[in-house]
Design a protein around this ligand. Sequence first.
Ligand code: G6P
Length: 369
Amino acid sequence: AAIEKGGYDHFMLKEIFEQPHTIFDCLRGRLDATNGTITMSGIQQYAEQLTQAKRIIIVACGTSWHAGLVAEYIFEEVTRIPVEVEYASEFRYRNPVVGEGDVIIAISQSGETADTLVAIESAKEKGAIILGVVNVVGSSIARTSHGGAYTHAGPEIGVASTKAFTGQLAVLTMMALKIGHLKGTLSEKRYTHLLNELNDVPEKVALALEQKDHIEALALKYKDATDALYLGRGYNFPVALEGALKLKEISYIHAEGYPAAEMKHGPIALVDDKLPVFFVATKDSFHEKVLSNMQEIKARKGKVIAIVSEGDDAANALADDLITVPFADELIAPMINAIPMQLLAYYIGVAKGYDVDKPRNLAKSVTVE
Ligand code: G6P
């Protein structure tokens, strides 16, 4: 087993550290930043339906659903197609309005999640086009889909998803850029810029991983918290949700992810001098707003831990602790910002003595409803 873990203590840690390679593998053969092309045969064959789609519906569960939320922001910005993100378990049972002309994107690491599978089967019968973003080759969801793309993250053993998540984001970003470029809703200049940014992700993820020891020290500092809040805005809002989910799954600390501004409408009541509040506050178009939300937490004596872009010291005076990550375009940043969230949850879980690879009550893939 030690050999399988490649010298790491747990599969989860090994898989977190594999991400520079898994993301590279996902981009390889598809993204060509030098020539400005994205090649995805499973998308290109539906180019017409995609560029003409009136809307896109994303269905998924768990971490894959969070990847879907990031994709909603990306697709709407670059393709101007309205996107809805649905929990597969809700979508399948409420007699959803879906039919010809609709494009459904199903996101699933395992490709076997029962709710996601049934949701796409019934949408397929009603005439929708189904594109799968799946990790396991030949899985049920991959076979049921008309097209789509594999994430190529390799087998994920740790129950809490890590490298599959960043692989999903890489695939979904390429899909959105491809469609936006074909449609002409994405300027040539921004398209080229984003291709280059995407190309740099493996390297930036590797740099983010270098924060490991610092994050482990923070984990020891905050491990005895009973609750935690994760806040972010825009592209970083789903990253906050995923951060909270990771912490819950691995360390059994109650955590909530919230849009930083919406925090005023409830969670702010929880803030006291014991509550750690993790801000995903990298530099983006929401930065000033996020800083003022940070101020609101600080004023109520919450403990602020801010994930910030390297070289940005705007949060220094407000945060009790900082985690720096390489700067990336806001559309690309979730793939990098997810890294400290994963490491933090991992080290807290380990510090508490839990079985991080097999958290209680959770299954790697939920094949029953
Ligand atoms: C389970 C796993 C999660 C995963 C979710 C969806 O709950 O524990 O890590 O995100 O299922 O799984 P899928 O294979 O469809 O992505």
